[in-house]
Design a protein around this ligand. Structure first.
Ligand code: ZN
Length: 922
C-alpha cells in the first residue's frame, strides 16, 4: 500500500510542505541507525498524590549510546510533542561533559516525532557516550504512554486510581526520549518516584525504595534484559498480589479471590513453554513474571516483559458469575498468548513492524495449540479452525487484505504500523504456521523453532531468518518451501482447489484459482500458489496422514488415475492447509451421502466444518447458489458436533437476517429439521458431566432454535424454567433466560433483574428479559419508563427485535408512533437516530423500506443534524433488500417447496440413507 497517505495529514502540514513540491514521501520516519542505544537509566517522578494521579510527571533519562558510523555529528531519536525538554547534555565514557546546554539547539520534527541533537564535533565510532535529558511529560487522557484508570474501592467506596503504561507500538516516546524502534534494543534501569501509600511494579524486581521526604518515595528496579522500548512498563496502584517473588498476579483487593484460576494457568504455561522451546523463561534474562489487571486498557492484554497487563475481565473468574467454560477458555488463551510473546517478540524481535507476524502469528498459534496441549478439554485445536482460520480465509479473499510480510518501505507512518496490527495478520500467520508444522511434521518443526529461538536469542530478525531454519529442518530433500513461503507470506490471498472426478470415476483432477469474494473488487485474480495437497478416498480412507501427497505448482494441474472407481474424495485433510476446496458435481453430492453414513464415514469434524464454510463463501462469491449449500446441509440432521454447527451458524447468520417475516417460517422448518438430532442429544438442560464443546453447542442450538420459534426448544425451556431449576451456569445463563423470557418467563426474569446486586448478572437478566415477545409491555414500562440507564434501554430495545426477528415491523411501528417519547427516554436525538438505524438494519422487505421512508419524510426535522444517520440507514435498507432479491430468490423457493406438500422431504431421504448405511454395515 501507499504509505504516504495524504488524508491523515493536517492541512497546515500540507501547506508548509508545498514548497518541496508536495512530496510528502521526503519525510523519513525511520531512524538512520548511525547511533544505537545501549542502556537507559530512566527516572519518572509522579506529581500526583493518593487522591489524584496528576496530569504531569517529571522525567530524567541517561541514555548510553554509541555511533556505529563515522562522521556522526547529530543524534536523532524519538520524542512526542507532549514531552518538554529542560536540559540536555552529552558525556563521554569517563563521565566527562562533552557538550552542555544542548537543549537550546534541539530540533524536532512533529510529524515523525523525531528529535535531533546537533553536536559540534563528530562522535568517535564505537565509543560510549551518555546523552542526558531532564524533561516534563504528560499523563495522557487516552490509553497510550502513561495514563490513569480508576475504580471504586468496595471496602471504602472511595475512588482509587491506577497509573499504568502502554508503549506498544510507538508510545514509549510519550514517556521518555528514546530510540523507539523494535530492533533498537537496550537495557533499562527504571526508578519511579511516587506518593506514600501506593506501590509500583515494573518489568523487573524491586531492588530498594528510598525515602525522598514529604511522604514521597522512589522505587528502584533491577536492570532489564536487553529489550525493545515498546516492552517497558510500570503500574502504580494499591493492588494486592497473589503469588510469590517469581510469579504473581496483582489486582484490586476486592478481586483478589478471582485470580485463583488465572494463577493456576500461569503456573502451568511458563514451564511448558520452557520445555517445548528448550529455553526457560528465566534463561531469557528476567527472573520475574507479574500480571496486573486494569479496568481501562486499549487491548485485552499486553506482553510487557515481566509485567503483562490484562483488562480486568480477561483474567478474573468470579465464582458463579464469570467462571464458566467460555470465560476460562478466554483466560487460558490470553495468558498462553502473552506468555508465548516472552520468546516471540520479547527475546526474538522483528526487525521492523512490517514483520509483526513473527510475534503475533506465533503467539496466536501457541494460544490455541499450546492451549490445547495444556487444556485438551476445550479442543482448541479444532476451535482454531472455526474461530481463526475461517476468519483469515474470509478477510484474505477481499481487496482490503494485506500480505503477512509487507515491504519495509511501505510501513512507515503510525497509521501504517497500526494497519499491520490487523487481526488478519495474526490469524493468517497462525494458520500458515500451522500449515508448515503439519507439512514438515511436529518434530522437525519443534527443532526448527528451538534453533530459531536460540539463533536470534535477545536479538532481532526478519521472515528470512525463520525461513532458513524451517528449510534446514524440512524433511524432504527437494524442499518446496522456498516458493511456498513466498506465495503465502509475501503474496496476498490463497487459492481454491477445484477437484473433479472424471472418466467414469477413475480420474481425479486438481486445479487452482485464486479465491475472491468479489472478482471485480480490484484484486489480482491471476495470483497462483504452491499448494500442499492431502487427500483420501472411500477406497482406503485415512484421515490421519497429513503429510502432503504432492504439491500443486503454480502453473500445473494434476491428475490421478485409480484402477478402481472412486466414489468420493476429501481434499485438505483436517483443513491443515491454507486454501478452500471446491468439489465439482457429482463429488459434493456423494460426500454428502458419505456424511450421513455411520460415523460420517470417518470424515473428521474439521473437514465437515471446512466444507460448510467453503460452501457459504462460494455462494457469497456467486460461484454456486445458496440452494446448493442448504441442500448440502441437510446432512446435518445427522450432525451433533459443535465445530460443524458453528460453521453452519456463521454462514446462516447472513442469510437468516435477510429473510422476510413471511419467509421465516420456512427457514424455521428447515432449521428444526436439520437440528432435530443435535437438540435431541443435547437437550435444553445441563448436567455436570457435559463436555465443554457440548456446553458451547447447546448454547448455540438453544439460542438459534428458540429464537426461530422451534416449538421443541421453546416448550422444553418453558417446562424446565417453570419446573424450578437451578441457576444455569454462567456460559448458558443469558441464552437460557432469554429463551425462557420469550416463553412466558418474562415477569419472573424481570424480578431477578430488579433484585440482583451483582452488575454482571444484572445485565444478563436485563438482556434476557428484553427477549420477551410482549414487546409493547417491555417498551412502555421499561424502556420508556424511568428506572433504567440509557445504555440498558438501548441494549434492551435492540434485544427486542434481534431476538424476535418476525416482530421487527410492529416494533418499528410502535416506536415511530411517538418517536419523541423514545428520544426523551434516551435523552438524545442522535442516540434515537442510531437506535432506529440499528433496527432498520433488520429490514428485509420493500414494504418496511416504504414505512421507513415515510417516517423519514415526516419526522426528519426532529432529528436535526442526526437525520443523516437515518438517510444513510435508508440507503442501507435499499441495498440489503436488493441483495436478498438478487441472491436469495432460489433459496426462498427451495425452502418453500421443501416444506410444501412435495412429498419426499430431505429428512426422510436422510433417514433412508441412514437405513441403507445401517444395512450395508450388517
Ligand atoms: Zn500478541
Amino acid at each position: 500500500m501507499n504509505s504516504c497517505r495524504i488524508r491523515i495529514w493536517p492541512l497546515i502540514a500540507l501547506l508548509s510542505l508545498a514548497w518541496i513540491g508536495s512530496n510528502e514521501c521526503a519525510l523519513n520516519y525511520r531512524l538512520e541507525g548511525s547511533v544505537v542505544p545501549i542502556f537507559y537509566n530512566l527516572t519518572i517522578g509522579l506529581r500526583g498524590d493518593a487522591d489524584n494521579p496528576g496530569t504531569q510527571f517529571d522525567g530524567e533519562v541517561f541514555i548510553t549510546l554509541k555511533a556505529v558510523l563515522a562522521d556522526v555529528k547529530e543524534i536523532t531519536l524519538h520524542k512526542d510533542i507532549s514531552i518538554n525538554i529542560e536540559e540536555c547534555s552529552l558525556y563521554d565514557a569517563a563521565d566527562q561533559l562533552v557538550e552542555s546546554g544542548l537543549n537550546a539547539r534541539l530540533t524536532t520534527e512533529e510529524q515523525t516525532q523525531q528529535l535531533t541533537v546537533p553536536l559540534t564535533q563528530s562522535l568517535a565510532v564505537e565509543a560510549n557516550y551518555t546523552l542526558y535529558f531532564k524533561y516534563t511529560g504528560k499523563v495522557q487522557s487516552d490509553t497510550v504512554g502513561l495514563f490513569s484508570a480508576s475504580y471504586i474501592d468496595e471496602a471504602t467506596m472511595k475512588t482509587k486510581w491506577v497509573l499504568l503504561t502502554q508503549m506498544q507500538p510507538i508510545n514509549a516516546r510519550l514517556v521518555f526520549p528514546c530510540f523507539d524502534e523494535p530492533a533498537l534494543k537496550a537495557k533499562f534501569e527504571v526508578h519511579i518516584g511516587r506518593p506514600s501509600g501506593l506501590s509500583v511494579v515494573s518489568n523487573t524486581e524491586l531492588t530498594r525504595t528510598t525515602d525522598e521526604g514529604n511522604n514521597r518515595f522512589t522505587d528502584h528496579f533491577k536492570v532489564t534484559p536487553i529489550m525493545s522500548t515498546y516492552l517497558l512498563a510500570f503500574v502504580v496502584s494499591e493492588y494486592q498480589a497473589r503469588g510469590n517473588s517469581s510469579l504473581s498476579i496483582l489486582t484490586r483487593p476486592a478481586y483478589y479471590n478471582y485470580t485463583e484460576f488465572s494463577y493456576s494457568v500461569a503456573e502451568r504455561v511458563l514451564p511448558a513453554f520452557g520445555e517445548l522451546f528448550q529455553q526457560s523463561y528465566q534463561q531469557l534474562g528476567n527472573e520475574l513474571l507479574q500480571y496486573a489487571t486494569t479496568p481501562r486498557f486499549p487491548h485485552n492484554s499486553m506482553e510487557n516483559w515481566g509485567l503483562v497487563i490484562f483488562k480486568d475481565k480477561v483474567v478474573l473468574e468470579q465464582p458463579g458469575v464469570t467462571d464458566g467454560w467460555t470465560q476460562k477458555e478466554f483466560t487460558i488463551r490470553n495468558i498462553v498468548h502473552e506468555n508465548a510473546h516472552m520468546w516471540f517478540g520479547n527475546s526474538v524481535t522483528c526487525k521492523w513492524w512490517s514483520y509483526i507476524w513473527l510475534h503475533e502469528g506465533f503467539a496466536r498459534y501457541y494460544e490455541f495449540f499450546m492451549g490445547h496441549e495444556l487444556y485438551p478439554e476445550y479442543q482448541l485445536d479444532q476451535q482454531f479452525l472455526v474461530h481463526k482460520l475461517h476468519n483469515a480465509l474470509l478477510r484474505d479473499s477481499q481487496n482490503f487484505t494485506q500480505p503477512m510480510t509487507s515491504p519495509l518501505g511501505s510501513i512507515l507512518t503510525p497509521a501504517d504500523i497500526d494497519y499491520k496490527f490487523d487481526k488478519l495478520t495474526f490469524d493468517k500467520a497462525a494458520s500458515v504456521i500451522r500449515m508448515w508444522r503439519i507439512a514438515m511434521g511436529e518434530e522437525h518443526f519443534n527443532l526448527a523453532i528451538q534453533e530459531f529461538l536460540q539463533h536470534y536469542y535477545l536479538s532481532s530478525t526478519s521472515p528470512t531468518g525463520l525461513y532458513v531454519l524451517l528449510n534446514d529442518h524440512w524433511p524432504v530433500q527437494e524442499s518446496v518451501l522456498n516458493q511456498s513461503y513466498y506465495d503465502f507470506t509475501i503474496q496476498v490471498g490463497y487459492p481454491r482447489i477445484i477437484v473433479s472426478l472424471n472418466l467414469k470415476d477413475h480420474m481425479l483432477s486438481w486445479e487452482q484459482q485464486r479465491f475472491l469474494l468479489n472478482a471485480s473488487d480490484g484484486s489480482d485474480p491471476t495470483l497462483r500458489y504452491t499448494v500442499p495437497i492431502t487427500y483420501t478416498t472411500n477406497l482406503s480412507p485415512n484421515f490421519q496422514n497429513l503429510t502432503p501427497a504432492f504439491y500443486i505448482k503454480k502453473s500445473n494441474d494434476y491428475n490421478y488415475w485409480s484402477d478402481e472407481p472412486i466414489d468420493w474424495v476429501i481434499v485438505n485433510l483436517k483443513q491443515a492447509n491454507y486454501y478452500r476446496v471446491f468439489y465439482n458435481e457429482p463429488l459434493l453430492g456423494r460426500i454428502q451421502v458419505a456424511l450421513t453414513k455411520t460415523e460420517h464415514s470417518g470424515i473428521p469434524v474439521e473437514n465437515r466444518a471446512a466444507i460448510i464454510d467453503d460452501l457459504f463463501n462460494f455462494a457469497l462469491a456467486g460461484l454456486i447458489d445458496y440452494v446448493e449449500v442448504f441442500e448440502f446441509m441437510e446432512y446435518m440432521s445427522t450432525e451433533t458436533e459443535y465445530i460443524p454447527w458453528y460453521a453452519a451458524y456463521v454462514g446462516m447468520e447472513r442469510i437468516a437476517k435477510r429473510l422476510t417475516p413471511q419467509q421465516l417460517p420456512n427457514f424455521n422448518k428447515y432449521l428444526s429439521d436439520i437440528a432435530v438430532t443435535v437438540l435431541d442429544k443435547l437437550g435444553v438442560g445441563w448436567t455436570s458431566g457435559d463436555k465443554v464443546l457440548d456446553v458451547y453447542n447447546r448454547n448455540q442450538q438453544v439460542a438459534w432454535l428458540c429464537k426461530y420459534q422451534n416449538s421443541n426448544c421453546t416448550n422444553q425451556v418453558k417446562e424446565l424454567f417453570e419446573g424450578g431449576m437451578e441457576k444455569p451456569s454462567p456460559d448458558y445463563r443469558e441464552t437460557f433466560y432469554c429463551a425462557a423470557s420469550r416463553s412466558g418467563g418474562y415477569s419472573r426474569i424481570l424480578e431477578y433483574y430488579a433484585k440482583e446486586t451483582n452488575y454482571i448478572d444484572r445485565e444478563i437478566y436485563w438482556r434476557a428479559a428484553s427477549c420477551t415477545r410482549d414487546y409493547r409491555t417491555h417498551y412502555q414500562n421499561e424502556i420508556l419508563g424511568k428506572g433504567n440507564s440509557v445504555d440498558l434501554k438501548i441494549a434492551g430495545l435492540a434485544q427486542l427485535y434481534e431476538q424476535n426477528p418476525d416482530l421487527v415491523t410492529p416494533i418499528f411501528q410502535m416506536i415511530t408512533e411517538d418517536i419523541a417519547q423514545l428520544a426523551e427516554a434516551l435523552e438524545s436525538w442522535p442516540k434515537t437516530a442510531q437506535a432506529l438505524s440499528d433496527l432498520t438494519d433488520y429490514f428485509t422487505t420493500r414494504e418496511q423500506q416504504q414505512l421507513f421512508s415515510n417516517f423519514y419524510k415526516e419526522s426528519q426535522t426532529l432529528f436535526g443534524s442526526s437525520a443523516v444517520t437515518l438517510s444513510q440507514a435508508l440507503a442501507t435498507v435499499d441495498s440489503n433488500v436488493q441483495w436478498a432479491e438478487q441472491r436469495l430468490g432460489k433459496l426462498v423457493s427451495f425452502l418453500a417447496q421443501r416444506n410444501g406438500a412435495a412429498g419426499l422431504t430431505m429428512p426422510l431421504m436422510m433417514m433412508m440413507w441412514t437405513l441403507v448405511g445401517f444395512l450395508l454395515k450388517l
